[in-house]
Write a protein that binds this ligand. Structure first.
Ligand SMILES: Nc1ncnc2c1ncn2[C@@H]1O[C@H](COP(=O)(O)OP(=O)(O)OP(=O)(O)O)[C@@H](O)[C@H]1O
Ligand SMILES: [Mg+2]
Length: 339
């Protein structure tokens, strides 16, 4: 399947998974991949982290208004440049952070309550409301995402979801509210959100995991819960942090040293051999876990390599995006992604 057809399957991709598995990095890599294929992309960040900006070579945190992370044909443009009125242009990546407070302010302003809205938020009333209506914060954020999806601000909206525990609450709160609220704007908003989440042509969840025993177990469990409790379609699963086989990185001591014309003593050779064996062991363990994941979760897998770099910047991001694109190319065109 080519990247454009893959991205055309649904307009919102929610990148989810356990804490620290690489959700933010993979959200950025998917964005890079889609923009490289000529699509317009909006990345939505929910927490005030800087990972997405940093991966695109920016130092600033995201704001409620969209920031251009990457312009068409170039890797990086200046921070804070105004997006062209309305939509994100093709081949570019914009990003914004959506918080419940900002989403509420905008909702109130859009509904003729601009003057009181600032005062309500600054007086902390949102916390009172949030205490009274569980899930309202999530609905405000998801409601805003739904609005952006309806307005078709970008070909693809990529949401960097919170870590699994919170992500389940985040994604189930709409159906919870729908069941609890009798009527009014909250119910209407919740109904719209449920509609978005349960329509595979509008929204899919891309789970990220690591090729290790516990993360694989948790990914399998999360996948079934997402399908059962949220009713959301699952896209391919990303297995992140895969080590390259040591043979390809020339770690094998004696041969590599000989080829490089370096004389190594016995201790060094033993240490290098041990490193090779360790790496080799890791690679086979990872392969085993990825294979187990494939049996327990019948979803196409996209694999992202472990990048040996202190930070993930534009160059590393491009490499990760290329790996994801390779994985997508291997998905048969007609096989439905959702099981
Ligand atoms: N493929 C990779 N190769 C090397 N380092 C990686 C890779 N993917 C992620 N990382 C690094 O691992 C760390 C965690 O990644 P990231 O922030 O994307 O995870 P996360 O799932 O978003 O975490 P959180 O749950 O805290 O939001 C970061 O330092 C990131 O740079
Ligand atoms: Mg993150």
């Amino acid at each position: 399947m080519d990247v454009r057809s893959f991205c055309a399957q649904s307009r919102v991709l929610v990148v989810a998974g356990k804490g620290g598995v690489g959700k933010t990095t993979m959200a950025a890599a998917l964005a890079r991949m889609a923009a490289d294929a000529g699509l317009s992309v909006l990345v939505v960040e929910l927490e005030g982290r800087t990972g997405v900006s940093a991966a695109f070579g920016h130092a600033t945190a995201l704001a409620y208004d969209a920031t251009i992370l990457s312009a068409a044909g170039a890797t990086v443009v200046e921070d804070g440049a105004d997006p062209p009125a309305g939509a994100v242009p093709p081949g570019t990546v914009h990003a914004r952070m959506i918080t419940p407070d900002d989403a509420l302010l905008e909702y109130l302003a859009d509904h003729g309550m601009k003057r009181i809205s600032k005062r309500l938020v600054s007086s902390g009333i949102i916390d009172v409301v949030a205490g009274a209506i569980p899930g309202i914060r999530d609905i405000l954020v998801l409601g805003k995402i739904k609005q952006l999806e309806r307005e078709r601000v970008a070909d693809l909206i990529i949401v960097d979801a919170p870590a699994t525990g919170h992500a389940m609450t985040f994604l189930t709160s709409a159906s919870g509210l729908l069941a609890a609220a009798r009527g009014g704007p909250v119910r209407a908003q919740a109904a719209d959100v449920v509609e978005l989440l349960t329509d595979p042509s509008r929204c899919q969840v891309v789970l990220v995991t690591l090729p290790e025993e516990m993360p694989v177990n948790e990914a399998v469990e999360a996948a079934y819960r997402l399908e059962d409790e949220v009713g959301v379609a699952l896209g391919p699963i990303i297995v992140n942090g895969i080590d390259e086989p040591p043979g390809q990185v020339g770690l094998r001591a004696a041969g590599a040293a000989a080829r490089a014309g370096v004389a190594v003593d016995a201790t060094t050779e033993a240490a290098l051999d041990a490193a090779w064996a360790f790496r080799h062991g890791r690679v086979s363990l990872q392969a085993e876990q990825a294979a187990r994941l494939a049996t327990e979760l019948p979803l196409p897998q996209l694999r992202a390599p472990f990048v040996f770099s202190a930070t993930i910047g534009p160059a590393e991001l491009e490499a990760l995006a290329t790996s994801l694109a390779r994985g997508i190319a291997a998905i048969p065109q007609h096989e439905p992604v959702a099981p």
